[in-house]
Design a protein around this ligand. Structure first.
Ligand code: ZN
Length: 334
């Protein structure tokens, strides 16, 4: 992803110092954004639909976890500093991309995550919202974003998720003709998928992974929203997340990175990335039915290699130093 310092610098340049930045959101909250390109209209029906949808999803998570859910900030509406072409392709789009965008032909193929026709999209959204922040999730409804949908939790709980026209149009009933209307989509724009997509991407922004194998969870079958739920270990991970009121890391605990691998194998080893590991630190694996603490095989200040217990199941791990524990990090175990 884009270097965050560059994004913040660009934001300030664009503001020219004449516009106050919005106050930093409270830690451990989720902010929904409606972002629209500079050269496209702001669509009021999108704002109404987003407000309703985010509350619905907040309630869905509460029902799934049996009572806890995330804290939602008010919707933030942002006119992006860039026009639509720049947002998609950058300030100097190639001739090939310019030609491609000059007709509607490019919309006729599915336009999804990682699409080469949107090489600048994620960076431009990060810039539009003023950069992403630690201990916060930016949940971005992006006008013009077709079916591009992705999300992640990074660094020190810096979460973000984005999706586009194929969520906005189905939830509002209003097409954005300047973007990629839903008639160019197929299964992505039907039934429970649009709201399921926003729910699934938010799950990633809280640190949830796809399951190891296909199974019934919003993290796999988001097309089945709202009747599909969460797996027991996904509920465990959420209830241990500070975004759901779970425990924050103890001040004395080592810091563990979300860049640690998503999946580990029973009976093998897992390299955990972080900062400040010292001899004596222990790793706890927790799953829906149990937990176990193990001692790492090797310890470096920025990584430790731990055996993965043979009875461990998908869930979370955390690193302990005496009575102090790190955040719980979701992990798939196969
Ligand atoms: Zn996913």
């Amino acid at each position: 992803m884009t270097n965050i310092f560059r994004c913040v610098a660009l934001w300030w340049l664009w503001c020219g110092g004449g516009m106050a930045l919005a106050a930093a959101p409270s830690p451990w909250t989720v902010t929904p954004y409606y972002v629209y390109p500079k050269d496209q209209p702001r669509i009021p029906a999108y704002e109404t639909a987003i407000k309703k949808t985010v509350e619905e999803i907040q309630a869905w998570y509460k029902q799934q976890t049996g009572g806890s859910t995330f804290t939602l900030n008010p919707l933030v509406v942002i006119q992006a500093p860039d026009d639509y072409l720049t947002m998609r392709a950058g300030p100097r789009p190639s001739k090939r991309l310019k030609n491609l965008f000059s007709t509607d032909e490019w919309k006729k193929d599915p336009v999804r995550m990682g699409d080469p026709r949107f090489p600048n999209w994620l960076d431009s959204l990060e810039k539009a919202v003023g950069g992403y922040q630690d201990q916060h999730v930016a949940w971005i409804f992006a006008q013009g974003g077709a079916g591009v949908a992705c999300a992640i939790l990074q660094d020190r709980h810096r979460g973000w998720g984005v999706f586009g026209d194929w969520v906005l149009e189905p939830i509002s009933g209003v097409a954005n003709e300047g973007g990629v209307p839903a008639r160019f989509g197929t299964w992505e724009v039907k039934g429970g998928t649009p709201v399921g997509t926003a729910t699934h991407e938010l799950g990633h922004a809280f640190g949830l992974h796809h399951p190891v194998s296909p199974t019934h969870t919003i993290m796999w079958e988001h097309t089945k929203y709202p009747t599909v739920g969460l797996l027991p270990h996904e509920k465990l991970a959420l209830t241990l997340s500070p975004f759901f009121g779970g425990p924050a890391a103890d001040p004395q605990a080592p810091s563990v990175d979300f860049s640690t691998a998503d999946t580990a194998t029973r009976g093998q080893t897992l390299k955990i990335l972080g900062q400040g590991f010292v001899k004596g630190d222990e790793v706890e694996f927790l799953w829906a039915e149990g937990s176990v603490k193990v001692s790492p095989e090797t310890i470096h200040p920025s990584s430790l290699v731990t055996p993965v217990p043979p009875d461990a199941r998908s869930g979370v791990f955390r690193v302990w130093r005496g009575q102090s524990k790190s955040h719980a990090i979701p992990i798939n175990i196969k």
